[in-house]
Every structure is written in structure tokens, then in C-alpha cells.
Ligand binder design. Structure first.
Ligand SMILES: [Zn+2]
Length: 166
């Protein structure tokens, strides 16, 4: 019988294939796939309280949560050693091999918060991040048929500003 290993851990065939698919989707090594297993996080409150969405834990702000060990530098909530981390952060931290500094945020290039493929993620300085989002919210100025400027319209974005989770 074949043994399925992730790192030095023996896992079930189902877990192995689930993780391999997720690794492919995220474009990272199978060892770096954040742990998505676990119960519903009933002990998380407010914006951190996740809901199920196609087998993923998603916060009310639309960010995907990963189950991580309490030892993870960006872990929060959970119980005992089982805690949460935003998946985009877990993916970037695994990729960089170091935690984020206090001034760094992980931004979704295509603005889809559930698209946590490494190529969709970029580390930014806080200030730059805010201005990038502000740019995306910039007023849209159009002209009327007679050439005069139309009333300013603002693009509405699906995220709240500022202070999306790091
Ligand atoms: Zn952003």
C-alpha cells in the first residue's frame, strides 16, 4: 500500500490529494498549504467569525481563513494549539520564509480576496497599500454629450477602507 507523505508526516490519501489540489491552485509547495481542516470557528467573534463557503472558511469581509498552529507568527483566535490565520498571509509568509513586519500588508493584485495564489499576492508598505486602494476608488469623471463634465461618480468597491486585515 502506498504511503502519502506531506513533509515528514504521513497523511491520508484524501488529505494528500486535497492538499495537492490546493497547492496547485495556490502555486506553492504542498508543505506550504495552510491547514484548512477543523471545526467551524464558533469561538471567533465579529468580523473574524468565519462562514463556510465551498468548503473554505471565509470571514464576513471575504477573506479565506486557514487553520494554523498557535506557533504561527500571524495566528489568532481558535482554541488551544489550533488557531486561525488569513490564508493570503499564511501563503505569503510561507513563500518569504519570514513573518510580515508591522508596516507590511499582503495585497491581492486582482482585488479578489479569495484568490490566494502566490502570483496574485504582493507585500506592500501600509501607506502604499492605502493609496493603491484610494486610487482604485478614485472618482470617475465623464463628459456629457455637450462636452461639459458630468457629475462625479465614485467607483464602489467590494471592500471597506481603510483597515482590511493584514
Ligand atoms: Zn489591498
Amino acid at each position: 500500500m502506498r504511503e502519502y507523505m506531506i513533509g515528514d508526516k504521513v497523511v491520508s490519501k484524501t488529505t494528500y490529494h486535497k492538499k495537492r489540489r490546493r497547492a496547485e491552485a495556490l502555486g506553492c509547495a504542498i508543505e506550504d498549504v495552510p491547514n484548512m481542516q477543523g471545526r467551524h470557528g464558533n469561538n471567533l467573534r465579529g468580523s473574524a467569525n468565519p462562514r463556510w463557503n465551498s468548503g473554505q472558511l471565509v470571514t464576513s469581509h471575504g477573506y479565506v481563513l486557514a487553520r494554523v498552529s498557535r506557533q504561527h507568527p500571524h495566528s489568532f483566535g481558535g482554541k488551544g494549539d489550533r488557531a486561525y490565520c488569513y490564508e493570503h498571509i499564511a501563503v505569503m509568509v510561507a513563500h518569504m520564509g519570514r513573518p510580515l513586519s508591522a508596516s507590511e500588508v499582503v495585497h491581492h493584485k486582482n482585488q479578489d480576496r479569495t484568490d490566494n495564489r502566490i502570483e496574485n499576492l504582493v507585500v506592500m508598505q501600509c501607506g502604499k497599500h492605502v493609496s493603491e486602494h484610494a486610487k482604485a476608488r478614485a472618482a470617475v469623471r465623464t463628459r456629457n454629450t455637450d462636452g461639459t463634465f458630468a457629475k462625479l461618480r465614485y467607483r464602489t468597491l467590494p471592500w471597506s477602507m481603510p483597515g482590511d486585515p493584514r
